[in-house]
Write a protein that binds this ligand. Sequence first.
Ligand SMILES: Cc1cc2nc3c(=O)[nH]c(=O)nc-3n(C[C@H](O)[C@H](O)[C@H](O)COP(=O)(O)OP(=O)(O)OC[C@H]3O[C@@H](n4cnc5c(N)ncnc54)[C@H](O)[C@@H]3O)c2cc1C
Length: 460
Amino acid sequence: LSNKNIVVIGCGAGGGTAAQFAKKTDRKANITIFEKGNYPHFSKCGLPYVISGKIKEFSELIEFSQDWFKKNNIDLHLNTNVLNIDSKNNKLKIKKGKEIFIKKYNSLIIATGAKPTIPPIKNIKNKNGLIEGIYNFRTIEDGKRIKSKIKKGKKAIILGAGLIGLEIADSLHRKNMDVTVIEALPSILSNTLDEDIATKIYDNIKKNVKIFTNHIITEIISKNGKIKSAIIKNKNNDEIKYLDIDILIIAIGTEPNSNIAKNAGCKISKTGHIIVNEKSETSLDNIYAAGDCTEYVEFITKKPLTVGLGSIVVRQAISAGINAAGGNYSYPKGIIQTRTTILFEQEIAAVGPTSKYFNDISFLSSTYSGFSLPKYYPGGKPITIKVIANSNNGRIIGAQAFGDKAAQRINTFACAILNEMNIETFRKLETAYAPPIAPTFDVETIVCDVLSMKLFHRKI
Ligand SMILES: Cc1cc2nc3c(=O)[nH]c(=O)nc-3n(C[C@H](O)[C@H](O)[C@H](O)COP(=O)(O)OP(=O)(O)OC[C@H]3O[C@@H](n4cnc5c(N)ncnc54)[C@H](O)[C@@H]3O)c2cc1C
């Protein structure tokens, strides 16, 4: 144990978690976090639910307060921007208000996260930034701006039908706004679900909000500096439509905050992310990185994968914190991307890449719909599961589900994938059974029976 200086840049889920685990590993270390924003570690994932009103105040999203860090002997500086990393001399140049100062470190953890991608739409910005009425959705400030504009019957347009875009669409629909989602791709949730499963979800979403897939916004029209409408174009036939808009929310993805890491000499990927290994080490000695600013590998394909889920960020940050403090901890040999949400009362979950990423792997899949309880027991709810397996060896490489306890069921597949389990073993899994809780054979094993028959041309 030492008096070593461990410095963390950023106090989001990544930085906050890394600092805690560094402290747990080396109680004598001096741990300092510099965060350029106004808030300590808070849950971005909770933002949609403050918009919907399920959570009352944005302040409830703060998971670890400034006081908490103080009590735990972690020196957190808010409103403090790290300008530059001098990796040769192990020091940082930092700006707080008008003051500029230098901080030395023995180990550094970069957890600078990401910023929203702004699409190249004509007139989306003026000299002050985004036109009034157009918002990102990543910070508490963004959330507060959006919440202040909620009004029954007003028109909210969401750009992007990924998990976050659809979560905010659901929240604004609950506030009785007139919601339309615009998506450039032919399918919604294209990084979460295969198109066949997404289509089944789409039917439920369409009952609640309007969705234009294969459409892009080409131009914003504003009046007195405020958004008024937009021109949208159908990518299939170039047909143009005008949409009246009260608020427009951009949810098309993010770009990493990796400039200071790049300037320090850290190896950066094609997509601009900081490349890390299973120990969250960057290419530079004593510099670790975790979270949305990083890229690691996907578990099945072993291809590079950018991090963009809080569930991954915090686990990677555990590895960064422990190793920066002199411990020895490894993240698994790839990210399996276990993910979930609930959209318009329907639970959705998935694990593993969607099929479009299996370029070099031959695979087969089966989908099965059943009920969560035996047929004779009242209250059973529908559940659909798709399972994907490598057709050469039967190894399970992905699963997607919607319906009752979809996430719990997908967690079982996550366990199978991480342990490189074969469909033959999984289909014989002894699942818990009692009529009020689960059927004798759960949909999760029945779908594997179906796929096994397909894979091995068997009758049972
Ligand atoms: C609306 C929404 C809903 C989501 N829902 C889910 C979900 O349900 N499940 C899930 O798994 N994931 C979800 N995510 C994703 C998840 O929230 C993110 O992956 C995670 O919060 C990223 O954490 P991070 O610490 O890497 O980055 P960030 O939270 O972006 O934190 C980085 C911090 O670094 C600071 N910083 C940057 N540069 C500097 C600098 N030079 N000096 C000082 N400070 C700096 C920034 O101010 C920022 O606070 C959601 C995201 C959003 C936006």
